[in-house]
Design a protein around this ligand. Structure first.
Ligand SMILES: NC(=O)C1=CN([C@@H]2O[C@H](COP(=O)(O)OP(=O)(O)OC[C@H]3O[C@@H](n4cnc5c(N)ncnc54)[C@H](O)[C@@H]3O)[C@@H](O)[C@H]2O)C=CC1
Ligand SMILES: O=C(O)C(=O)Cc1ccc(O)cc1
Length: 362
């Protein structure tokens, strides 16, 4: 079986890694750029790679389009001009689904099937360097077949996607864009706007960045996402987003009113409602962006302290997943965030370290 991937970055590269070791499968990567072709080969993400579209798709059983949203239609159209294997299934991973579904319908493909797709997993990182075979584990993987898509083609794609360890679900493209607009695209806008608001204050007062610790970084993580990928997603889903932003303005106006009225009960109601809803959102990722259990340590300002902490945890078989110095200034104790994959590991670390350091959990 031959699987061809256009755009071997975070998502395309992660899919390639999921499929690469399936017995009897050849994964071919495409990039218009010779250097990118060499990188994907050097990293061993694909079996073969080429700058030639026709060579990439020759005899391919599956074609994955993993390029930015604004490039999807161009790629799909160009592919359909090439000789493709009869029964070939083309899918994409774009974060919006309505426009590409509509475009594919108008192409009136014969004996070639397009099924829109969107793995609901990713990260603020991008590029082949960030790719991982664990990226999709336990995430939802949306497919958007319509009534004209042969069930056999849907089944074949679903069977292949089992190798990602994601859970495949079917969603109508418009409904997808509405929901994903609200739970992914809107939060990205809010994160960027919030960071930029603080960035502007910071120009007048450098203490903003110094004091912007854990909470601010956590809720604005996605503001570090790739500008081009997100430019395309937001413009593509503009209609939905403009309505969502209008609703967002209403939410903020409600808060303004609560504050103007010093309405403490009303503010409590807002927090209780949010707490309750958020509790019900299941943690489902087990892969590289697994839920993290963080603890914070006040650490003295002397060299070697981080190494000593890591060694101590290692000596007690406590697996650390990440270490970050959040604040470090000369003569002042710093704050270090230690992340763990399980709450047990975090608890053991607290137990071990609290006699030597001041430990907090938010
Ligand atoms: N970033 C994320 O967390 C997620 C992204 N997606 C979707 O996946 C697609 C790819 O996004 P990522 O993998 O995050 O981006 P990426 O930047 O890591 O990878 C994009 C790939 O496309 C190539 N590319 C960029 N512009 C191109 C062009 N004009 N012509 C040909 N190739 C080009 C790049 O070289 C790279 O290999 C996008 O459509 C995005 O909406 C879907 C789920 C999650
Ligand atoms: O990193 C995160 O939390 C994300 O929001 C990842 C993400 C980004 C884009 C998508 O289309 C789907 C998932």
């Amino acid at each position: 079986m031959k699987i061809t991937i256009f755009g071997v970055g975070l998502i395309g590269g992660s899919l390639a890694l999921c499929f690469k070791d399936i017995p009897g499968v050849t994964v071919v990567g495409h990039s218009p750029n010779e250097k990118s072709v060499q990188t994907m080969l050097d990293k061993g993400v694909v079996h073969h790679a080429t700058t030639s579209m026709s060579e990439a798709v020759r005899e391919a059983d599956f074609i994955f389009l993993c390029v930015p949203v604004s490039m999807l239609e161009t790629y799909l159209e160009q592919l359909t001009q090439l000789p493709l294997k009869s029964g070939c299934i083309i899918t994409d991973v774009g974060s919006t689904k309505a426009s590409i579904a509509e475009f594919a319908k108008q192409l009136k493909l014969e004996d070639i099937y397009f099924i829109g797709g969107h793995p609901m997993a990713g990260s603020e990182r991008s590029g082949i360097e960030a790719a991982s075979y664990l990226l999709f584990e336990n995430a939802y993987y949306v497919l958007t077949p319509d009534s004209s898509t042969p069930i056999d083609a849907v089944n074949q794609l679903t069977e292949l996607l089992k190798w990602t360890r994601a859970q495949v679900i079917h969603v109508d493209p418009d409904r997808h864009d509405q929901i994903v607009g609200a739970i992914s695209h809107l939060p990205h806008i809010i994160a960027v706007a919030l960071v930029n608001q603080i960035c502007d204050y910071h120009e007048q007062e450098p203490l903003y960045k110094s004091l912007a610790a854990g909470g601010f970084r956590d809720i604005t993580r996605i503001a570090s996402s790739d500008p081009v990928i997100w430019r395309d997603i937001l413009i593509n889903n503009k209609k939905v987003l403009l309505e969502l932003l209008s609703n967002w303005n209403d939410q903020i106006s409600d808060f303004v009113q609560l504050l103007e009225d010093s309405n403490g009960d009303g503010i409590e109601v807002q927090f209780k409602k949010a707490n309750q809803f958020r509790k019900g959102i299941r943690e489902r990722r087990k892969g590289i962006i697994a839920p993290q259990y963080d603890i914070y340590l006040d650490i003295p300002d002397h060299p070697g302290v981080i190494g000593a902490i890591a060694t101590e945890l290692g000596n007690h078989q406590i697996n650390l997943s990440n270490v970050e110095i959040i604040e470090s200034r000369e003569q002042v104790p710093g704050i270090c965030r230690l992340s763990f994959r399980s709450s047990d590991a975090a608890d053991q670390a607290i137990e071990l370290l609290q006699s030597k350091y001041s430990v907090h959990q938010l």
